[in-house]
Design a protein around this ligand. Structure first.
Ligand code: HEC
Length: 192
């Protein structure tokens, strides 16, 4: 009985902290962010959450959610604009008519990924996918973003600019498709 109660309390607390679609209970353990990127250990409570926990077929079939220190305004603006275009004309892959905004240097986007060991099991953290907007000149061809993937314990698994071969394969193949949105999809939690 006690175990049942504490489980209920846990789920209730999580639902307050992290709005999730019906049936999506966040994982028991969270993430330790990698050091040296300016991400505080308590980023989940200090940084705005830009998107609710949502299923992402594109990000390795994970459930994902996004936090950012300073990216909220352009993310929201671009999401609204993208969504408006999507509603009006369908997604053509061409953003050229839109006035998408770019992100300021120092902006960090932290995307948490969760998976289930089997259907119905609790979500567990897989990795953090991070984009850091560096100073002008860091990677001018690709918007000066640095891409990082880290384990739930904060171990950096890959890190670099999009023009580096490993990163271009691991991250760039997709993110270059949204160069007009400053390489940030900003679609999480919308429309699906
Ligand atoms: C198969 C395509 C694909 C690959 C490869 C990919 N991404 Fe993404 N990424 C997406 C899509 C689509 C979204 C937005 C929708 C979603 O939530 O999945 C996204 C969202 C993100 C976001 C949240 C901001 C945004 O763009 O909306 C970050 C941060 C991110 N990806 C980092 C990475 C990093 C780091 C890598 C490489 C390790 C990577 N991604 C590889 C497709 C991809």
């Amino acid at each position: 009985m006690r175990a049942v109660l504490s489980r209920c309390t846990f789920l209730a607390l999580c639902c307050i902290a992290l709005p999730a679609p019906a049936g999506e209970a966040p994982a028991r353990q969270g993430f330790a962010p990698p050091s040296g990127l300016g991400i505080p250990a308590d980023y989940r409570s200090r940084w705005p959450q830009l998107a609710p926990l949502s299923f992402s077929g594109m990000h390795w079939n994970q459930s994902v959610t996004v936090f950012s220190n300073a990216g909220q305004a352009p993310y929201r603006h671009n999401q609204d604009l993208w969504w408006e275009q999507e509603q009006n004309s369908g997604w053509s892959g061409d953003d050229s008519g839109g006035a998408f905004q770019n992100y300021a240097p120092g902006t960090v986007l932290v995307k948490e990924g969760f998976m289930r060991a089997k259907p119905g099991a609790m979500l567990h953290p897989t990795f953090l996918s991070i984009m850091v907007k560096r100073e002008k000149g860091f990677d001018p061809e690709y918007g000066d973003w640095e891409y990082i993937q880290s384990s739930p314990q904060g171990k950096v698994l890959l890190r670099g600019a999009l023009s580096a071969p490993g990163i271009s394969t691991a991250c760039g193949n997709c993110h270059t498709n949204v160069a007009d949105r400053d390489y940030v999809f900003s679609t999480t939690g919308k429309g699906g």
